[in-house]
Design a protein around this ligand. Structure first.
Ligand code: AMP
Ligand code: GLY
Length: 420
């Protein structure tokens, strides 16, 4: 079959890598792709956020199946347009994608089914929001309701920071995403992510992961899109996973269906685990980046079968073939990230890497310029490896890092430390 993947980061390189290994895949196109993806797939220039353009592209190229990587095309209704045109697609409708696009919406669904989450309130003006903060007291969490490229959340350890966050959000710091503010109880605990495929009502868990959001070693410094990740997440024990399925995911997916917006695609639940119990922090309606890289390393070619089963409503009969393995990915970023950084520095040594089903250097932000691969983003490479133990996966991933010659890049040397 002919398969189109939308996106051009490390997540999409990992998706393409897994899909490509499956004999069902004849032709693989990634739009826009990047220099690493170009080695395994055709890259196409296509505005993935324009539903009509994506449908036309699929018709012109006889695409049978579309996998949507990032959230923006989902929020823009690309999955709806593809399904209306009779093209199979992996990813939720715009209505269901509100589970990521509106934090207040997700909280309403939590409340409707009694799913455990932080106490919350929603405001559309600063004065009542500030009164609420003064009454609840810090620490407290202030969020722009809408999509803010992962930046609209302020965990305020004191009242002044929370009040300032309210002014920032209503002052337009996050544009239209900040038309409403959600204020939440601060949840202590350890964070982990749970991934499940959902085809309306049936839910199939496909793995757990933990990422490192802070730029600095020991999980210090500013927040980033993620500096590394590993799977599985030991903190998500079988008992806690069962609790998450029974109290959070299954009832919420049933409520979505009841409201006429059945969820279809991957659901990425951010959880806070404290005293043996998980509460929902937030949902994403797509794979995490870089969490996807470790999940794909572990799932391999079966990822395509699972995504197809999800798109075709066959999850009830689908099974995941688990290996008792561990995967870990190290993000190599351009110096300066997550602040200002330069693009265009040359990366050497990529051609000589040993890449196989245990070692892959996924490209997150690269381009080909003349004969060489250059950095074209903040997060640039994802050194990803698999092993019998997390320590083995970690050693293999850093082996890849050390084989790359890129003086303008950096990475954390401690990915996985919490679990090791
Ligand atoms: P983001 O992934 O950018 O939406 O950032 C959200 C992050 O803020 C989460 O990963 C948590 O670390 C933190 N966070 C969000 N809500 C809460 C909460 N209610 N209590 C504690 N931490 C939170
Ligand atoms: N790694 C966090 C995310 O993809 O949102």
């Amino acid at each position: 079959m002919n398969i189109l993947v939308l996106g051009g980061g490390g997540r999409e390189h990992a998706l393409a890598w897994a899909i490509k290994q499956n004999p069902k895949c004849d032709r693989l196109i990634v739009a826009p792709g990047n220099a690493g993806i170009a080695q395994i797939a055709e890259c196409a220039a296509l505005n993935a956020e324009k539903p009509a353009l994506v449908v036309r592209f699929c018709e012109e190229n006889a695409v049978d199946f579309v996998v949507i990587g990032p959230e923006a095309p989902l929020a823009a209704g690309v999955a709806d347009a593809l399904r209306d045109a009779g093209i199979r697609c992996f990813g939720p409708s715009a209505a269901a994608a509100r589970l990521e696009a509106s934090k207040a919406f997700t909280k309403e669904i939590c409340d409707a089914v009694g799913a455990p989450t932080a106490a919350w309130a929603r405001f559309d003006a600063a004065a009542p929001a500030k009164d609420y903060i003064r009454a609840q007291r810090a620490p407290i969490v202030v969020k722009a309701d809408g999509l803010a490229a992962g930046k609209g959340v302020i965990v305020a350890m004191d009242e002044a920071a929370a009040l300032e966050a309210v002014d920032d959000i209503f002052g337009g710091a996050f544009g239209a995403a900040g038309a409403q503010v959600v204020i939440e109880e601060f949840m202590p605990g350890e964070e982990a992510s749970f991934f499940a495929l959902v085809d309306g009502l049936d839910v199939l868990p496909i793995g757990t992961a933990q990422d490192h959001k802070r730029v600095g070693e020991g999980d210090t410094g500013p927040n980033t899109g993620g500096m590394g990740a590993y799977s599985p997440a030991p903190v998500l024990t079988d008992a806690i996973q069962a609790q998450v399925m029974d109290q959070i995911i299954r009832p919420m997916m049933a409520e979505m269906a009841r409201r006429g917006m059945p969820y279809q695609g991957v659901l990425y639940a951010g959880l806070m685990i404290d005293q043996g119990r998980a509460r929902l922090v937030e949902y994403n309606v797509r794979f995490g980046d870089p969490e996807c890289q470790v999940l794909m390393m572990r799932l391999g070619a079966q990822a395509l079968d699972l995504m197809l089963a999800c798109a075709e409503g066959r999850l009830a009969k689908a099974r995941v073939n688990w290996s008792d393995d561990h995967a870990l990915t190290v993000v190599m970023a351009a110096q300066g990230y997550p602040g200002a950084y330069e693009k265009g520095s040359a990366i050497a040594g990529l051609e000589d890497l040993t890449e196989d089903s245990f070692h892959m250097m996924f490209h997150a932000g690269t381009a080909r310029q003349g004969g060489q691969v250059v950095a074209s983003g903040g997060r640039v490479l994802n050194a990803t490896a698999r092993g019998a133990t997390l320590a083995q996966a970690q050693a293999r991933a850093y082996g890849l890092v050390d084989a790359v010659d890129w003086p303008q890049g950096f990475c954390r040397r401690d990915i996985g430390w919490r679990a090791l």
